[in-house]
Write a protein that binds this ligand. Structure first.
Ligand code: COA
Length: 172
């Protein structure tokens, strides 16, 4: 199994990641709320937006099984002021049958590497305050809760987890 950049010319890979982003919303927000937050076309555009340097400074990584099947993905981007940028892990998803095998942790290490390459030393993510699996993952990797509040279009109580990548003194 391996982690690689998504193929930006592959409509099939981009569509698959968009479908799995919808699966994430349904899993985290519940089926009734999750299905209505973003449409599949919007999610597909969102993946493409992360891959278009004229629109964002982003990247999409995928994890592949030995047969090439994609078992997970992670979307990253750089945000903030040019003088004070930070890396954002926008979302990560692992298919249920591949969970608890260290994939999300490997994605996080890959994110740190990519943020470093972009000259950025802070990493953060937002998730639902009830997403105990993701919060445990980030805690395991030294993240602190640095903010909270309603976020985005969901209205769900959200938490922001953050850390410095190479200097872990204090929360960013
Ligand atoms: C959260 C998620 C990405 C974790 O993926 P994963 O590959 O199973 O995670 P890993 O195997 O790398 O786990 C690393 C650590 O995360 C934590 N963790 C992962 N799943 C957990 C769970 N179900 N309960 C508690 N802790 C969990 C543990 O600390 C774990 O370390 P351990 O195995 O030594 O105990 C996966 O469960 C998922 O895709 N969930 C649905 C999508 C989602 O919530 N995405 C985030 C949206 S913002």
């Amino acid at each position: 199994m391996a982690i690689r950049e998504i193929d930006p010319s592959s409509d099939a890979e981009i569509s698959l990641v968009a479908e799995r982003m919808l699966d994430t919303l349904i899993e985290v927000e519940g089926p009734e709320r999750g299905i209505g937050i973003h449409s599949l076309p919007w999610l597909k555009e969102r993946v493409q937006w992360h891959l278009d340097p004229s629109q964002s400074q982003g990247q999409v990584f995928v994890a592949t099984a030995t047969d090439g099947h994609i078992v997970g993905h992670s979307l990253l981007r750089i945000e903030g002021r040019a003088s004070d940028p930070f890396g954002l892990v926008a979302t990560t998803y692992i298919i249920p049958s591949a969970r608890r095998s260290g994939w999300a942790g490997q994605f996080l290490e890959r994110a740190h590497g990519w943020f470093r390459e972009q000259g950025v030393n802070r990493s953060c993510t937002w998730t639902s305050g009830t997403n105990t699996a993701l919060i445990s993952l980030y805690r395991k990797f030294g993240y602190d809760m640095v903010d909270h509040g309603p976020h985005g279009s969901t209205g769900t109580p959200m938490v922001k987890l953050g850390r410095y990548i190479d200097d872990q003194q204090g929360a960013p």
